[in-house]
Design a protein. Structure first.
Length: 286
């Protein structure tokens, strides 16, 4: 993983639930209405972050005595997950276990047919997702399910167009070495995901689209949230760290001067801006 991306996720571990998770955790109840969990099932969360998804499962299905495992590449995220588990251990029976490890390495070392459910949320831009799908099929039991939460490639084009339009005229803000050496790996399209899942022998693939509307008092607040949440991490990680605040101010000034719009909304200081976050759930059965 890119060091700048790694640092960003590590730095925001303590605030992730408030800044990012608060906007999509509620979708999990809708998704799990489609899943019938049974007692003693083994569940693996890849990119488990602060552990909130597994903790929600532990509380919701506390009578099932589930085996819950979370894996994340960030020690800071794992630390937060363990703290939350200790603080809430009286509210569930199934205690999640968390491991700090590369997701692909973890899956590679798992035995075949060792899990009943595998989850991964917003991780496809940071892993070799084709390999992840292949290995997820290996570790799942027959009839087991893979659940993916993702924001697909097409959505990021809106952010990408604005960002590169800005840096074209402000090249002095960019860490050019990072740009030249970075391998951009945006999340795949939904069509690519379903194609790969079929290739690796998943069936009964179900897709659902959600739109989470996140309101902001002005464009600058929105931009700062995109940075802190990690949603625009692939782009904003290219900015020189010492210039981050200056760049955000300059970007808003530039976009306002050019009368640019985001999803039909004017980008203007002091004017409210709504960010419509497109999230897809993909549920596939082995």
């Amino acid at each position: 993983m890119d060091n700048n991306i790694f640092d960003l996720f590590s730095q925001k571990a303590e605030r992730y639930d408030l800044v990012t998770g608060a906007h999509y955790y509620g979708l999990l109840d809708q998704i799990f209405e489609k899943i019938k969990l049974r007692p003693a099932e083994k569940i693996l969360d890849l990119g488990s972050g602060t552990g909130e998804i597994l903790l929600k499962i532990a509380r919701k299905y506390k009578d099932l005595t589930l085996q819950l495992t979370g894996v994340d590449f960030s020690p800071a995220m794992i630390s937060v997950a363990n703290k939350k588990t200790l603080a809430n251990e009286n509210s569930f029976i199934s205690r999640p276990s968390f491991f700090c490890q590369d997701l692909i390495d973890y899956l590679s070392n798992c035995r075949e047919n060792s899990y009943d459910l595998v989850l991964t949320s917003f991780m496809l831009a940071y892993v070799k997702y084709s390999e992840l799908f292949k290995l997820a099929n290996k570790v799942l039991n027959k009839g087991g399910k893979l659940i993916i939460l993702t924001t697909p490639k097409g959505f990021f084009k809106k952010i990408e167009n604005i960002f590169f339009n800005f840096i074209l005229f402000h090249p002095f803000y960019i860490n050019w070495w990072a740009l030249l050496t970075k391998k951009f790996s945006l999340t795949p399209s939904v069509e690519e995901i379903t194609g790969l899942l079929s290739k690796y022998n998943f069936s009964k693939i179900e897709i659902n689209k959600f739109t989470v509307k996140v309101p902001f008092p002005d464009p600058l607040t929105c931009l700062k949230w995109l940075d802190e949440s990690g949603i625009a991490a692939l782009y904003l990680s290219l900015i020189k760290k010492s210039k981050k605040d200056e760049v955000m101010q300059a970007m808003i000034d530039y976009l306002e001067k050019k009368s640019m719009r985001f999803e039909g909304q004017p980008i203007k200081r002091g004017t409210p801006l709504r960010f419509d976050w497109e999230i897809y759930s993909v549920i596939a059965e082995k």
